[in-house]
Design a protein around this ligand. Structure first.
Ligand code: TXE
Length: 492
């Protein structure tokens, strides 16, 4: 098989790693190596960060008006839309995500660039109401400087767009590090950013592993903020590294999100919501509805219907439009899924369906799996699997559902299925998570903040809040008195 060769983007130039080393990317559906990428180390990271820093300090970027930056972002959004097919196919090949999912996700991506393009020239400070008659005060929101974007493999383009659009809109410059398992589309995005007219160095893309590349990037003294999406263990390293450069941090980590189905729910809708929650993206989504809490009087009916639908899911080649579930993105993710299912069975969970690799010759495919758990303390109810494994458990009443939902170290998302408006509101109020979906699941929008409670991370992406994440406040004091400033050592 022909291997595609990639270079990385530093200061507007396409280059190899200084060491000349490369690493391979494997197509999860075929297990064939298809691409080769520069293996960036601390030297390359230093070049990339310095290039972003120089761009940040340059007159071209510093003096560019916010509306001009907005125009560049709008152009980038247009280019992403025009290149939708190519980007969608590349992402599907690199991480095994379904083409029908990547087409949908990339097709919607321009909206994120347009949203922040529109916001760019609406970032404003405030006039302060000071308790000092001769002083006038106001605030301005200013960019931070170089932003490090650390991206995982599950939805690289989407998770990048929601970082770079607000970062660039507010006048920062960026060094992106894609996951070693899915680098290709971010390099394409780098190409489109240059084509859109962003100056050299405003957006750099370096390819490499967490160690040494991500590590060197997140501890670099010129990095002012780290926007990280990934796993909890890597996040701990990143938090420690941020102490080296006092960088601001936003962390979007894992979840064990409860999808709660009440006995008065529209069952057809709830089954579809449960399927979307756990089997979309083969469960490799931070907001997966991986804990299914079902009220006891509809429990058997619901689980039977869910099982029937799960068994009809078409697992296979992600590049075919009719396929409904693709492979695990990496061999290690497949091993993680297998391990969790083994642990669940050892702990006494009952297997309703799945629980094994799919019967497909090559590729890291797993079957849609439903396991009935005995207690919310079971490993499968508490730990993130990041695969197509639904942990199901019955509950008696609202109070028990809420207690189980909140008995988690995570708090990223939650789903509530009920026709009772008052009950939905009580649950919304009680649930500790950054997102609550009522009678729907996995909806996203550029204007809707995403982020977690607890160990799901902190900081918010998307929405107006994200502007605050990428800016800092300068407070300005102006003396308006006609009198000279008094000598501070003379008491009056
Ligand atoms: O993620 P990593 P992994 C969860 C999911 C999964 C687990 C592990 O449960 O099973 O995490 O996945 C970079 N300094 N999520 O190991 O390693 C890395 O190169 C700086 C949830 O693949 O966290 C990649 O670019 N960077 C999640 C990025 O971190 C480091 C999505 C994420 O990879 C680093 C993915 C270091 N020391 C996994 N070590 C979500 N929230 O959606 C690694 N990286």
């Amino acid at each position: 098989m022909v291997r595609e060769q990639f270079q990385m983007l530093i200061n507007g130039q396409w280059i190899d790693a200084k060491s000349g080393k490369t690493f391979e990317s494997i197509n999860p559906a075929t297990e064939q190596v298809w691409g080769e990428f520069p293996f960036a180390d601390a030297n390359d990271v230093d070049d990339a960060v310095r290039s972003a820093h120089a761009a940040f300090e340059s007159d071209e970027w510093r003096l560019m008006t916010a509306s001009q930056r907005g125009k560049l972002l709008r152009k980038l959004g247009d280019l992403v839309g025009e290149n939708k097919e190519k980007l969608a196919q590349l992402e599907s090949k690199d991480n095994g995500k379904l083409i029908r999912e990547t087409l949908g996700q990339v097709g919607y991506l321009p909206e994120f660039f347009y949203y922040y393009a529109g916001l760019a020239d609406k970032v404003e400070g405030e006039t302060l109401s000071l308790d000092k008659p001769d002083l006038f005060g106001y605030t301005v929101r200013e960019p931070l400087g170089v932003i490090a974007g650390i991206i995982p493999w599950n939805s690289p383009l989407y998770l990048t767009a929601i970082k770079i659009a607000p970062a660039l809109a507010t006048g920062n410059t960026v060094v992106l590090k894609p996951s070693e398992h899915a680098s290709a589309t971010l390099l394409e995005l780098g190409k489109l950013a240059l084509e859109a007219g962003f100056p050299a160095g405003a957006l750099n893309v370096i390819t490499g592993y967490g160690l040494p590349c991500g590590d060197a990037l997140t501890r670099h003294p010129l990095v002012k903020k780290i926007a990280f999406t990934g796993g909890s263990e890597s996040a701990k390293h990143v938090i420690r590294n941020s102490a080296e450069n006092y960088a601001k941090l936003s962390l979007e980590l894992g979840g064990k999100s409860p999808n709660i189905i009440f006995n008065d729910a529209d069952i057809d809708s709830a089954v579809n919501g449960a399927v979307a929650g756990i089997f979309a993206a083969a469960g490799q989504s931070c907001v997966s509805g991986s804990r299914l809490l079902v009220q006891e009087d509809i429990y058997e009916e619901f689980v039977t219907r869910l099982t029937e639908r799960a068994e009809r899911i078409v697992v296979g080649d992600p590049s075919h439009i009719e396929t409904e579930m693709g492979p695990m993105a990496t061999a290690s993710q497949l091993a993680i899924v297998e391990r969790f299912v083994d642990v669940a069975l050892t702990e006494g969970a009952k297997l309703r369906t799945g629980g094994k690799r799919a019967d497909i010759q090559s590729g890291w495919f797993y079957t849609p799996t439903i396991l009935e758990c005995n207690s919310n303390n079971d490993t499968l109810m508490q730990e993130e699997v990041f695969g197509p494994v639904a942990a199901v458990i019955p509950f008696k009443d609202e109070a028990e559902a809420l207690a189980m939902a909140n008995d988690s170290k995570y708090g990223l998302a939650a789903g509530i299925w009920t026709q009772n408006l008052a009950k939905a509101h009580r649950m919304i109020k009680g649930i500790r998570s950054g997102i609550v979906w009522v009678n729907t699941y996995r909806a996203v929008s550029a204007s809707a903040p995403i982020g977690g409670y607890g160990q799901s991370g902190y900081g918010r992406e998307c929405g107006i809040d994200s502007i605050n994440e990428f800016t800092q406040i300068k407070t300005v004091w102006i003396n308006t008195s006609s009198e000279p400033m008094a000598d501070p050592f003379i008491m009056r």
